[in-house]
Write a protein that binds this ligand. Structure first.
Ligand SMILES: [Zn+2]
Length: 241
């Protein structure tokens, strides 16, 4: 890694071609890794999103029911996906606040790894004890748990039809930005306005008010402070063989 490559997406390696983001809630991608995803797509990398829940408890507004909120948040997710340029969004529709890394979720994620032939997975760090949201831990746990069986022909062979092959996942990057050791830091300053535009598509969460996303600006600024960057996102690599 030479100096010019520090803080750029080259840290992920040139062999990253097809990324799948395994997220728990509709705004997880934009907030946790939206800038990095934008930079990868600019370089010709295909990025898709697998969304475990519809975020259908995410409001204090009494005018929503779980069903109407889920529908609204799917539309917001698709609008944000357009701004970012995602290849595909997969909705699993599990209940928000109750996500469990069970065998059903593992098989669903494995099916996506196989069909999309993802080489790189972005997700929550299931091993981080500071994670307060159980859905985040469950999404990350299930994403890692799906890795090994998804490569084996005898695991859910019904998925291996119509030319679908066993999975070829080679690497995981966990969402970081909590100043832990071993993180790689990505300069997202050039795509910050687009990251904000995509995040604001989640109107049910953030409305259109600038101050509703101050926490995100503060977080990404804080992440960049170590390295003299205006805005940054960070990731923990997990090497798998
Ligand atoms: Zn979330």
């Amino acid at each position: 890694m030479n100096d010019a490559e520090r803080f750029t997406i080259r840290q992920f390696g040139a062999e990253v071609r097809r990324v799948l983001v395994v997220a728990a809630h509709p705004d997880d991608l934009e907030t946790a890794c939206g800038g990095t995803v934008l930079l990868l797509i600019q370089q010709g990398v295909e990025v898709s999103l697998l969304l475990c829940t519809d975020g259908d408890i995410g409001t204090h507004d009494p005018n929503f029911t779980r069903a109407t909120l889920a529908a609204a948040r799917r539309q917001e997710t698709l609008a944000a996906a357009q701004v970012i340029g995602l290849k595909e969004v997969i909705f699993l529709g599990h209940p928000d606040g109750e996500l469990v890394a069970d065998l059903t979720l593992r098989a669903e994620i494995a099916g996506a790894y196989r069909r999309l032939q993802s080489d790189t997975i972005f997700t929550f760090d299931p091993f981080w004890p500071g994670q307060a949201h159980p859905d985040h831990t469950a999404a990350g746990r299930a994403a890692v748990d799906a890795y090994m069986p998804s490569k084996m022909e005898l695991y859910h062979p019904e998925q291996l039809v119509g030319g679908v092959k066993v999975a070829d996942v080679k690497r995981f990057f966990f969402f970081g930005g909590s100043n832990r050791e071993g993180e790689i830091t990505i300069d997202i300053s050039s795509v910050w306005p687009t990251k904000m535009a995509a995040t604001r598509c989640h109107v049910s969460q953030f409305g259109q008010k600038e101050e509703a996303l101050q926490w995100l600006a503060d977080w990404n600024r804080e992440t960049g402070r170590c390295c003299g960057l205006e805005y940054a996102e960070a990731f923990h690599p997990m090497h798998v063989w």
